[in-house]
Design a protein. Structure first.
Length: 276
């Protein structure tokens, strides 16, 4: 099956530009073929049966990152499985913000809560080599993926299993300079607007919160931060734009200050920071 044949099949479910990008990713990541190689017909030697299996998985709208077992994030390659969310560009923007502001600190202690693939923690450990980075997740399967990603990317991160909703598991005082989290923040009512490839394949545990308590994880993390952040320490969150104002008022009510909201590349309110 040629590159053109694969992307043509994918146009039945994706628009042409996205279908082409997915097909190119398959050939580049799995077979090491550049666009020039494809234009020269070097895709002819790939086993047909193997490509057919890949095509069928993609036609079922399985994300290409899961099919290939990896995703790019902040210039690095990360292993991904259905146990973890696929890293997204908005999360990379959150990392950029932290790197820009923490670069001058001496050995900042950073905790990533709900680490998933480890993309935030590993990126910060790599970009801020003077930092001491830890990462928590409730999922043992996610932590196994994150540890493998730490090894692949050659950084030292302490990965631990904790549930931030159970404070007794995480009682520590004035330990961290930075808490960062991209917690579950999608309410169930938003399911109808989501793509099938997200709903059917990515872990619900990492995506959804109850409609009647959309700030559940932010509240728990901010409450933990009141005793675990050093004075003057920072909270950084990826957020649901629908609840940016509510989260702002929540943090104000918990005596955080210097609160700032930033938009992502798509113009949506997507990041927030606050100071203890």
């Amino acid at each position: 099956m040629s590159y053109q044949e694969l992307w043509h099949r994918l146009t039945k479910i994706y628009d042409e530009g996205e279908a082409k990008a997915i097909a190119r990713m398959v050939y580049e990541v799995r077979y090491g073929l550049t666009l020039s190689d494809l234009l020269m017909g070097r895709d002819a030697d790939i086993p047909e049966e193997e490509l057919e299996q890949t095509a069928q998985r993609l036609e079922r709208m399985e994300p290409v990152q899961y099919v290939l077992g990896q995703a790019d994030f902040y210039g690095r390659s990360f292993k991904v499985t259905p146990a973890v969310l696929i890293p997204r560009p908005e999360t990379a923007e959150l990392c950029q913000w932290i790197v820009a502001e923490a670069g001058g600190e001496q050995q900042p202690a950073i905790l990533d809560i709900g680490t998933g693939s480890g993309c935030i923690a590993i990126t910060l450990a790599a970009e801020l080599p003077q930092s001491q980075v830890s990462a928590w997740d409730i999922s043992a399967e996610a932590l196994a993926v994150a540890r493998e990603n730490g090894r692949i990317n050659g950084v030292s991160v302490s990965f631990e299993q904790h549930d931030i909703l159970r404070p007794a598991d995480s009682q520590q005082s004035a330990q961290w300079d930075i808490l960062v989290s991209n917690p579950p923040y999608i309410i169930n009512k938003e399911r109808a607007m989501m793509e099938k490839n997200v709903l059917d394949y990515e872990p619900s545990l990492a995506l959804f919160v109850p409609d009647d308590d959309p700030l559940r994880f932010y509240r728990a993390i901010a409450d933990y931060g009141r005793q675990a952040l050093k004075p003057g320490g920072w909270l950084y969150f990826e957020i649901n734009p629908l609840y940016a104002e509510d989260l702002y008022h929540l943090l104000c009510g918990m005596s955080y200050h210097d609160i700032e909201i930033r938009k992502d590349a798509y113009g949506k309110q997507r990041m927030m920071r606050a100071r203890r």
